[in-house]
Write a protein that binds this ligand. Structure first.
Ligand SMILES: Cc1cc2nc3c(=O)[nH]c(=O)nc-3n(C[C@H](O)[C@H](O)[C@H](O)COP(=O)(O)OP(=O)(O)OC[C@H]3O[C@@H](n4cnc5c(N)ncnc54)[C@H](O)[C@@H]3O)c2cc1C
Length: 489
């Protein structure tokens, strides 16, 4: 295949899709390419889901500037894009005198980062706000504007809205090279063909060093994975917190936190393990035991026996560290983004604005389009509808009357809509992340086969071709009855 566009964005994670949406406000042709089967990225779909006020960023850095800037924008954007978001606030309790001694440094950093609403709180105040905190707490900090979001829906919503405003998405397409002539980008070479373009934005996260090398713009930096493992607990677990509970950080790590996700599950983690292998997505008993141990120091009654799943994410750890966002030094038309390690969800909207401004400052003509449609409406959730509204939905579309995922009360109508939206779901995991079918206690044990059937029917492909997520991850391995034979099950 052969394509032609003005700007290619490599990577459909939080950063790439935010830039795509921002650029869709201008008269410019944009194409987003990702090697994965779906938008959502790598790190962007497996993180702690916090929109941080920026209180604990390294002061006087681009990261802290972008965090602060995004916090000012996020509430408007989640309304425009209909993304679940909750300002729950955070508590950072100190349970030892050594930890108490660190609090003033964190408080000072918050001020240096212009996050002035961080407050000291007494043990009594902490226990009143959050009764499950360790009763030995000596004091702590309250960070009122830290919030939780559905990070996957944020990315999906950005992608859908960008697509509706004219951005093209090429998924299952790996970038394998960038053609440069006379020091100017000419084309991006992919497994799906050549894309002729003048500009390329590298938003490839963990793999951005490999893309930078294609145009000799790596300047000696490397990106290594820093793994973070998590527990997700059942919604019905008896011990829950309503605030984010942060540990006191150490020079090595921010530590393991507890929070209630936007969907009501407790999340515990993450670890911070420096690795070499960028494809290592394993979870290990040893590290998870460490998560349990550390979280219990903060919230002693937390019950990991109520775990419904564990997962991990790989932070794109740039060495040397720090946000680096800008045009290449040697290759005209190349724009690099690296170092977006631990706050990429809390900064992606601001990164997108920053990128567009850099393009404008470099003289790239970006003419504002006044037909840009900022609004996107999410898929209506049957589980959250009132009884009269449920009746209305079923009368309009009988597929609302068929509950496919019993744990999360997800109906067939929602799944079908997830498949047919712009940049729609093509795999079982893509359905799960959009409508939560398979995220409940049984983790898809009951609804998995039904979801495969619906995907196959709607996409008009055999069920044997339905994948879980990555290319080749087929859900069905073969037939156990003969052709045409009907079973009773
Ligand atoms: C454990 C953990 C906890 C975190 N907690 C938080 C948090 O609470 N709050 C917060 O703000 N941030 C958090 N982060 C950080 C945040 O998740 C990342 O900074 C952010 O997701 C990075 O987004 P991205 O778009 O740059 O990268 P990614 O999401 O990794 O997306 C990069 C995309 O590039 C694609 N790609 C790579 N190479 C190629 C290629 N050759 N061709 C085509 N496509 C390619 C990949 O397939 C991927 O989809 C956490 C991260 C982790 C791992």
């Amino acid at each position: 295949m052969y394509y032609s566009t003005d700007i290619v964005i490599i990577g459909a994670g939080a950063v790439g899709t935010a830039i795509a949406r921002e650029l869709s406000k201008y008269h410019v042709r944009v194409m987003v390419v990702d090697k994965r089967d779906d938008v959502g990225g790598d790190a962007s779909k497996s993180n702690s889901s916090i929109i941080c006020s920026g209180f604990d960023c390294p002061p006087d850095t681009l990261e802290s500037q972008l965090c602060l800037s995004e916090r000012a924008m996020i509430e408007q954007v989640v309304k425009e894009l209909d993304v679940p978001f909750r300002v729950c606030g955070a508590i950072m309790p100190a349970v030892t005198q050594q930890q108490m001694d660190i609090l003033p440094h964190i408080y000072e950093d918050a001020y240096a980062n212009h996050v002035y609403d961080v407050e000291y709180v007494s043990p009594e105040q902490i226990l009143k706000m959050e009764p499950e905190i360790n009763p030995d707490v000596l004091g702590g900090l309250y960070i009122p504007r830290d919030a939780v979001i559905d990070p996957f829906l944020l990315v999906v919503a950005q992608a859908e809205n960008a697509a509706e405003n004219g951005v093209q998405f090429l998924l299952n397409t790996r970038v394998v090279g960038i053609s440069v002539e006379h020091g100017q980008v000419q084309a991006v070479e992919t497994t799906g063909g050549t894309i002729r373009t003048k500009y390329v934005i590298n938003a490839a996260g963990l793999f951005c060093d490999e893309i930078a090398k294609m145009v000799d713009e790596c300047d000696g930096f490397v990106v290594k994975p820093r793994k973070g493992q998590f527990f997700i607990l059942d919604k019905n677990t008896p011990c829950k917190t309503s605030h984010i509970v942060y540990p006191i950080p150490t020079p090595e790590t921010r530590g393991k936190l507890l929070l209630q996700t936007i969907h009501g599950n407790m999340l515990l983690g993450p670890t911070a393990e420096d690795l070499e292998d960028k494809e290592d997505h394993s979870v290990t008993a040893e590290e998870l035991e460490g998560v349990e141990r550390d979280c219990k120091k903060l919230v002693p009654n937390i019950r990991v026996q109520d775990t419904i799943t564990q997962y991990c994410g790989l932070r794109p750890n740039r060495i040397p560290a720090g946000f680096h966002i800008g045009f290449g030094k040697k290759t005209q038309g190349y724009f690099g983004i690296s170092g977006i390690r631990s706050t990429g969800i809390s900064t992606s909207l601001a990164i997108a604005k920053y990128v567009v401004k850099q393009f404008q400052d470099a003289g790239v003509k970006l003419e504002r389009s006044f037909t840009f449609q900022p609004r996107r409406t999410g898929i209506e959730k049957f589980s959250e509808a009132s009884d009269p509204r449920r009746a209305e939905l079923i009368a309009k579309n009988p597929l609302y009357g068929r509950v496919i995922c019993r744990c999360e009360t997800v109906t067939e109508a929602e799944i079908v809509e997830a498949i047919h939206r712009p940049v729609g779901a093509r795999t079982v995991d893509a359905v799960k992340r959009r409508v939560r079918a398979g995220t409940g206690r049984c983790q898809g044990g009951f609804c998995g086969p039904k979801v495969i059937e619906i995907l196959a029917r709607e996409l008009r492909i055999p069920a044997s071709e339905i994948e879980k997520n990555l290319a080749g991850s087929y859900m069905l391995t073969g037939q156990i009855r003969g052709e045409g034979e009907q079973g009773n099950a």
